[in-house]
Design a protein around this ligand. Structure first.
Ligand SMILES: Cc1cc2nc3c(=O)[nH]c(=O)nc-3n(C[C@H](O)[C@H](O)[C@H](O)COP(=O)(O)OP(=O)(O)OC[C@H]3O[C@@H](n4cnc5c(N)ncnc54)[C@H](O)[C@@H]3O)c2cc1C
Length: 409
């Protein structure tokens, strides 16, 4: 893999050559978008001082448009369903590019209730899920235990969801980074800001990025996919205030002892006295247990969060207490005011793709396509463009006009 550690300057492409793009951030969004751009023939450079170290490193990888649905989120729901539909193809293409699977499993999800109030909450949500045309089956606790014998006696009912699947984000990102290193360039440096260049007739457009060592990386286009840090780059257009906030999650990884395997054969999630918890079984015998949601500013794992996860996970699956604890991680999800991402062309030569909050792994399959199309100057479906517009929280006067954008293409 080509990993460039030092200061570099990439010249703009020669006449007739591939168009060049710098992608800022090697989380799932930056990497998946870089991959789509490579596939479309772009000359791609990805910059990140520590690739795969952000929220994507922590994520469980549930691809869960059905169990993650919430009231009053029709826009998000539409994006999640669209993303779920393109996942199998993305996983298949990346797997064949690296010659190994990326941990995409199409096993179903079981959502369990641990008391009558939890069961009622799941039944209420099922009304919405059915209204939205989602496939699910409410089952008794004994039917649930027949499917997953490791479920504890505290489970009083469950909902079976065939269309909620999973991917292993770390295996996926390893594969993407390998392909990008082979066919493009990875620069392990922080980007400090975007670099503007003057065009004819007083026009200005983004022409690359500034690196932490002072070097400039020139390119035809820049895509900012730096997760929570996206709004901290210098030189972003005036009026573009990316309203991102950190929503921390604690998450555990455990290894199931050989004698208990398989402890679970599908993702088990649930409500335990009103609190959500999930257990995601990987095909390597490990389990991912998550995930709390905190806005307390505590950057490391929270003692209370870890306690809550273990207490509630063992209520659903008592065998968890016999597993080996491998890892305790906390990361912040990049939240937005309406929980919908910020994706759009924000200035000539500059596209932003961030704010994927709780669903960035699921949405990456769709976000990567949207981001790559925007970088290429293609129109995206107007309703989607409006829903994810990075300027939607800014005063109308802040957004770039269409004519400025078109003149720059
Ligand atoms: C505990 C937890 C569990 C989750 N579980 C799920 C799940 O099951 N399913 C799901 O769909 N989503 C899940 N999510 C949400 C998902 O992880 C995020 O939405 C997604 O990872 C965001 O991806 P990203 O690429 O935008 O950001 P990140 O993964 O944070 O990547 C941003 C990258 O940018 C880099 N960077 C930052 N600043 C700079 C700079 N100046 N220059 C260069 N690079 C820079 C960082 O080093 C980092 O690598 C979970 C999140 C958490 C925290």
């Amino acid at each position: 893999m080509l990993m460039v550690e030092h200061s570099v300057t990439v010249s703009p492409p020669r006449e007739g050559g591939a168009r060049s793009v710098v992608v800022v951030g090697a989380g799932v969004i930056g990497l998946a978008t870089a991959w789509e751009l490579l596939e479309a023939g772009w000359d791609v450079t990805v910059c990140d001082p520590e690739p795969m170290s952000g929220a994507s490193f922590a994520a469980a990888g549930m691809l869960a448009p059905v169990s993650e649905v919430v009231w009053d989120q029709p826009t998000l729901y539409g994006l999640m369903v669209s993303a779920a539909m393109v996942w199998p193809r993305l996983a298949g293409r990346v797997a064949s590019a690296v010659g190994r699977p990326v941990g995409h499993l199409t096993t179903e999800t079981l959502v369990c209730a641990s008391d009558r109030a939890d069961r009622q909450a799941l039944a209420d949500l099922a009304v919405l899920q059915r209204r939205l045309g989602m496939d699910l089956d409410e089952i008794s606790s004994s039917t649930a235990r027949a499917l997953e014998p490791a479920l504890g006696p505290g489970v009083v009912g469950a909902v079976r969801i065939p269309d909620d699947h999973q991917v292993d984000p770390r295996r996926l990102m390893d594969a993407l980074l390998e392909v990008i290193g082979r066919r493009g360039t990875v620069v392990t440096q922080q980007v400090t800001g975007v670099w503007w260049r003057d065009e004819a007739e007083g026009e200005r457009r983004v022409g690359g990025v500034r690196l932490a060592d002072g070097a400039t990386l020139a390119a035809d286009e820049v895509l900012v996919a730096a997760g929570l840090a996206s709004g901290e780059l210098e030189g972003l257009p005036d009026g573009l205030d990316l309203p991102l906030r950190p929503v921390w999650g604690d998450i555990l990884r455990v290894r199931v002892p050989e004698r208990l395997r398989p402890l679970l054969t599908r993702t088990v999630r649930g409500l335990v006295h009103g609190l959500p918890v999930y257990l995601v079984p990987r095909d390597d015998g490990t389990l991912v247990i998550g995930a709390t949601s905190r806005e307390d500013g505590l950057a490391g794992p929270s003692v209370g969060g870890v306690h809550q996860l273990l207490r509630d996970a063992q209520r659903l699956v008592p065998g968890v207490l016999e597993c080996e604890l491998l890892e305790v991680t906390a990361r912040a999800r990049p939240g937005t005011p309406d929980d919908v991402p910020l994706i759009g062309r924000v200035a000539p030569g500059l596209t932003v793709s961030t704010g994927y909050f709780r669903h960035g792994i699921l949405l990456s399959a769709l976000g990567a396509r949207l981001g790559a199309d925007l970088v290429a100057g293609k129109d995206i479906e107007p309703e989607t463009a409006a829903a994810v517009d990075p300027y939607r929280f800014a005063p109308a006067s802040a957004a770039p006009t269409r004519s400025t954008e078109e003149a720059a293409r």
